[in-house]
Design a protein around this ligand. Structure first.
Ligand SMILES: [Zn+2]
Length: 275
């Protein structure tokens, strides 16, 4: 409970990309409006990596789509290769000692816009793996969406936590919650409501665990039936009957609901998708 509240409070205070110069801590949510944002990616200016622009841009676009999905497409990001019409600017960098990637305001452009410095090579000069880069893209654009840092090392928005290449339920929950609350709201305005929502979320999450267990149980039952039937199978007809049996193992309502939820990208699937 306390970790999630910390994550939410940190998002309320995460305004530095809006006003770095004045260093103003504005305790009100400053969210992106719903719509489409063009992300201008600059050419790769690191020796040996110039020809990787398309590859990196694909990874970035996939990470941006994951955030989009988390908001049911209400905000979309589009990777573009021209500054014209851009809303956000991204440079590919060699990571600094202080940070692997970072987002900030670009003070040098005529059109001030958020800028992301995305590490593709670590401070030792070793390139990040696709999954690591995917994580960095998710994390930095979480900040663009105004998420702060989570104290839970599993969450994508943990600064320097586990470099998981996906959003956790917490990340998605906090994002949806703050976008539901809308810009201009302060934490204290909505404290009671937020606490109630967090409690509901945590309760559902523990129900989810029960469903996960029953999912594992169904799988096991299927496996047992498979072993039983296979040992006795002799004819094609029987194989057909066996297949039918598998199809008719029914799920209870809670499990059905769970399986119909939008599925977020899991680590193994990410690697697959990125190849
Ligand atoms: Zn961060």
């Amino acid at each position: 409970m306390e970790n999630l509240l910390k994550y939410i409070r940190s998002s309320f205070n995460y305004t530095h990309w809006i006003d770095t110069k004045n260093d103003v801590v504005n305790p009100k949510l400053q969210l992106l409006d719903y719509g489409i944002y063009n992300v201008f990616v600059t050419p790769v200016d690191i020796d040996g990596y110039q020809n990787k622009l398309e590859h990196y841009s694909n990874i970035l676009q996939k990470a941006l789509n994951e955030w989009s999905n988390a908001l049911n497409g209400k905000i979309k990001f589009k990777v573009v290769f021209s500054l014209q019409g851009a809303d956000i600017k991204l440079y590919w960098i060699r990571s600094k000692r202080e940070y692997a990637a970072r987002q900030n305001w670009d003070e040098n452009t005529i059109h001030k816009m958020p800028v992301v410095n995305m590490g593709i090579v670590d401070i030792e000069g070793k390139p990040y793996s696709d999954n690591e880069l995917y994580h960095l893209c998710l994390h930095e654009f979480g900040h663009i969406l105004t998420l702060g840092h989570s104290p839970n090392p599993e969450d994508c928005m943990c600064g320097g936590g586990t470099w998981n290449p996906y959003l956790t339920d917490n990340d998605i929950f906090v994002l949806r919650l703050i976008y539901f609350l809308g810009s201009g709201v302060s934490y204290t305005d909505k404290e009671e409501y937020i606490k109630a929502e967090v409690q509901k979320f945590l309760k559902n999450k523990s129900n989810d665990k029960i469903i996960q267990n029953s999912k594992a149980h169904i799988k096991q039952t299927k496996a047992e039936i498979a072993v039983d039937l296979l040992s006795n199978l002799e004819t094609i007809e029987e194989i057909a009957k066996y297949r039918l049996t598998l199809q008719h193992i029914s799920l209870d309502e809670a499990a059905k609901k769970h399986f119909s939820k939008p599925q977020y990208i899991l680590p193994a699937e990410v690697s697959e998708q990125l190849t």
